[in-house]
Design a protein around this ligand. Sequence first.
Ligand SMILES: C[S@@+](CC[C@H](N)C(=O)[O-])C[C@H]1O[C@@H](n2cnc3c(N)ncnc32)[C@H](O)[C@@H]1O
Length: 282
Amino acid sequence: MSKYFGSKQENVYKIGNCFFTISDCIETMKKMPKAVVNTIVTSPPYNLNKKYGKYDDNKSFADWEALMDEVAKAAWNVLADDGSFLLNVSPVPDKKTKEIIPLDALAYFIFKRNGYALRNSIVWHFNNMQNCTNRLSGRWESILWFVKDIENYQFHLDDIRIPYITQNDKRLKEGGGRNPTDTWHFDLPESDFWYFNRVNNMTKNKLGLTEHPCIFPTPMIERIIRMTTKIDDVVLDPFLGSGTTLVAAQKLNRIGLGIELDDRFREIIEKRVINESVGSLF
Ligand SMILES: C[S@@+](CC[C@H](N)C(=O)[O-])C[C@H]1O[C@@H](n2cnc3c(N)ncnc32)[C@H](O)[C@@H]1O
């Protein structure tokens, strides 16, 4: 464990190929060895006053920017030279003025000034969110794909190809497929776009996940991991939440690392890695 989190890190738990710690991600990343992580994929809190527990999700946007700046800096040291950082953020309403704040725009400039280069701004579309009556209903979030070095990064296109539009295209039989693209096409909802429905409440109840307010869809994280890492590479989620990134890493035979501030998610994380990555664990 100390190979990844450093020998002084407390509260580290192991499950299958995964290690996670209950702690603050900035402090923890500062103590981690340099360049041990191939890909970071994460969704930080969005300042939406969600009930995470320990974390106060009611900061000013200036405080949110300061937090992201510290994350970008600490992450730079743990990432390998050809590493990627995939950051999921969303447009969010200002709590007072209701003006929409594009967190992806704020995050872009923070990461850019810390040395990262943007490789793609991926649009993640979903259906099950609230309906607005005084503006268009929001149905997408960004996944900003940053790399440390634009001349040297992992991109495994062949591992994420999707079926060609014409079903009897003979290239399909040859095991090919096309680039999944970074945008949405209405006419091909299942294959063409980052179209993974958000985990809705019914699914959360079924999985016993009512404790966590915001969960990644696992297939989306699997695509990111296949796209930017190889088997046995290391994937880190510094805002681990309910543990989706570890489930995906375990399923794909990568080493999964996670950091979560709140101890009340520990049991959920362990349960999910055991229940949702069956087959790869035993
Ligand atoms: C948006 S959620 C992540 C959800 C996750 N993607 C999933 O699939 O469950 C953000 C998480 O970050 C945690 N968090 C907030 N500040 C943190 C910090 N400084 N260090 C580690 N975790 C933190 C919160 O407790 C919350 O669980």
